[in-house]
Design a protein around this ligand. Sequence first.
Ligand code: PGA
Length: 243
Amino acid sequence: MYFIANWKMFGTIKSVNSLNKVISYSKTNKHKAKIVYCPPYTLLKSFVEKTKKTNIKIGAQDCHTQPNYGPYTGGISSKMIKDLGCKFIIIGHSETRAENNNKKINLKIKSALEEKLNIILCIGEKLVDKNKNKTKNVLKKQLLEGLKNLSNLNKVIIAYEPVWSIGTGIIPSENDLIKNIKFIKDTLKKSKNFTKSKVLYGGSVNPKNIKNLMRISNIDGFLIGGASTNEKIFIDIIRKSII
Ligand code: PGA
């Protein structure tokens, strides 16, 4: 099971100390949770150094569409992220999709794959799509356009994050989650011939709902925002996931 901490735009240089308890926990971690921290760019290097002798991996939250280097002021490429010692990257998070269409997301995935980074591709419907019964159409479009012309998907993990669940405290029903995760896995099987897909759930995961979420047998882990910035709460989620 993956437990991926998405810190979004939170954290200062002192935040590296808030990994101490998670590092000790990860050493005793009986069920071998795969813990990944995705802090902002400014903290990547210190997080990589802090977790060097541990099983915790570090990832970025986005990258530029262009590979390598170039005249793109403010840009950070997947090559630079790899150079810092990161192993993961989040691409297509709904909070970045205002500046990102599926074509740009596809370019970002290609550049990250060239660097052999593990990609967490976020997909998910908005409330208006859900209310119009368009969830499957949205998920399929985001998947197929995001992964266009890519055949080897072994390094791609999907995070299903309904936009209306992010930061709201509202999570989908057990039935909807099972159905939508199955749909994602089936689509990857049918359209991309990819049978080993891993699908995470993200959106308002917390210590209170983790036990119920763990009952959903086709979930391969969680992408956790707000609750992951407090290490006690993050550890509590991982601990309670053991059933
Ligand atoms: P949340 O965020 O856990 O704060 O809802 C999840 C995410 O945006 O990845």
